[in-house]
Design a protein around this ligand. Structure first.
Ligand code: ATP
Ligand code: MG
Length: 424
């Protein structure tokens, strides 16, 4: 391979991001907070493959969904098998539940995070490689699983400092309710078919619930009068929804009813929800038109579409980038200690000092390049909690400068106490 220096550097792939600095800190803060909160709720960590057989997604999500019909990164591998970069977590986790016999752990509470891939039109808050945090409860038919998951989502947002985002909640009913509602929606929209958007005309017979999700003004005109799920809910489905809402009230999770809220994926039953920024709030302004930060619901029908036994389950996912936008840029932390090597003769001592500091939990770095006279100034500019200069006035001299007297004493104790340096 020739690497001529005159050759043009390849661009990054459209819709991918190189996240750095304060944005990367915000991203890490989201992930760390999620890790902490999922432990509080006793969700177990899983690591999932980034790709699966294409049919895992095609069968679980359904061919009529945007994700499967337009957004998947699918390719044949060298063995001729069709594979797809995961566009979401749930289908892969469901596949793993079935292929690994995780039924034995049911009800299984799992959490994960990582990159996902969708061929979408890139814009603010919408990328082709993006990242999600994800939580699922598999093998739990009871509404308390929904309540737990929603309480976890709510606490996560609060701990991220996001207070102007509200849970919008709906029920899609059980299989029978959903079917009856679907039939009524088809009747209703069929009567006005030629006034709907082309996309909705296409969706009409196959996936009429999706029309409720439409942002096209031609469709929106007909949404307020469309049949509502409440008219079709079986007694059991109503009781289920009532148990979810009273559980949320008891857990102190604020919610609003969103009758038009549906999930794009075919396998959803009962609870469907999205956390959406309040109109006029700071978060709404930060996100612009890509408003949903966290979304999910109950997917009791999924396991069967993958050839497994009927298994009730509920879960959610949230875009890390969108959460990071709400968190805002976060400063990279200052070092606890910067070790300035003022004389290269004591460089090896600096390694020992650094090791001692770091093993005792102090973040530390060294400045040992460039003109020795300028190193101290460089350290001052970086504004650490303390500066330790080595070799300025003899090999064993190690003055520590800091406005925190406590810290000065602790550092002195560590480096002299451990015998790394000897006090003059
Ligand atoms: P949207 O209506 O915004 O396309 P969706 O229904 O496709 O969302 P889900 O599949 O439910 O989204 O994904 C859950 C969350 O993942 C979203 O609420 C959002 O925060 C995030 N998300 C989805 N797609 C993208 C993307 N292309 N780029 C960044 N984040 C995304
Ligand atoms: Mg989408």
């Amino acid at each position: 391979m020739s690497t001529k220096t005159s050759a043009k550097t390849p661009n990054a792939i459209r819709g991918t991001q190189d996240i750095f600095g304060a944005d990367a800190e915000a991203f890490a803060f989201v992930v760390e907070t999620f890790e902490r909160v999922r432990r509080l709720y006793r969700f177990r960590r899983v690591e999932m493959p980034v790709f699966e057989k294409t049919e895992v997604f095609a069968r679980s999500l359904g061919e009529t969904t945007d994700v499967v019909s337009k957004e998947m990164y699918s390719f044949d591998d060298r063995g001729g098998e069709s594979l797809t970069l995961r566009p979401e977590f749930t289908a892969g986790i469901a596949r793993a539940f079935l292929t690994n016999g995780w039924q034995q752990y049911a009800p299984l509470k799992v959490a994960t995070h990582g990159p996902l891939f969708r061929y979408e039109r890139p814009q603010k808050g919408r990328y082709r490689q993006f990242h999600q945090i994800d939580a699922e409860v598999i093998g739990a038919a009871e509404p308390q699983a929904d309540v737990e998951l929603l309480a976890m989502a709510d606490q996560l947002l609060k701990e991220l400092g996001i207070h102007d985002v509200t849970l919008h909640l709906n029920t899609l009913g059980d299989g029978a309710s959903r079917e009856a509602w679907r039939a009524a929606l088809i009747d209703y929209f069929r009567a006005v078919k030629d006034q709907l958007s082309e996309e909705s005309q296409e969706r009409l017979e196959k996936n009429p619930l999706r029309i409720l999700d439409s942002k096209d003004p031609r469709d929106k005109a007909f949404l307020p009068d469309a049949p509502k799920i409440d008219a079709f809910l079986s007694e059991e489905a109503s009781a289920f929804f009532a148990a979810v809402t009273s559980g949320l009230d008891a857990a102190g999770v604020k919610w609003v009813r969103a009758e038009g809220l549906v999930r794009g994926l075919d396998y959803y039953r009962h609870t469907a929800f999205e956390f959406i920024p309040d109109e006029g709030g700071v978060s709404a302004a930060a996100l612009g038109s890509q408003s949903t930060v966290l979304a999910g619901g109950r997917y009791d029908g999924l396991m069967e579409s993958l050839g497994g036994a009927a298994t009730p389950a509920v879960g959610w996912a949230a875009g890390i980038e969108r959460l990071a936008m709400l968190v805002g840029a976060r400063e990279e932390a200052k070092a606890d200690v910067i070790v300035v090597v003022e004389d290269d003769a004591v460089l090896t001592k600096a390694f020992a000092v650094l090791r001692t500091l770091r093993s005792n939990g102090y973040s530390a770095e060294m400045i040992a390049s460039g003109s020795p006279r300028k190193r101290f100034d460089k350290a001052s500019k970086a504004n650490p909690r303390a500066i330790l200069s080595l070799g300025g006035e003899g090999v064993n001299s190690a003055p520590v400068r800091s406005s925190e007297e406590d810290l000065v004493n602790k550092i002195a104790d560590l480096i002299y106490g451990s015998g790394v340096l000897h006090q003059n």
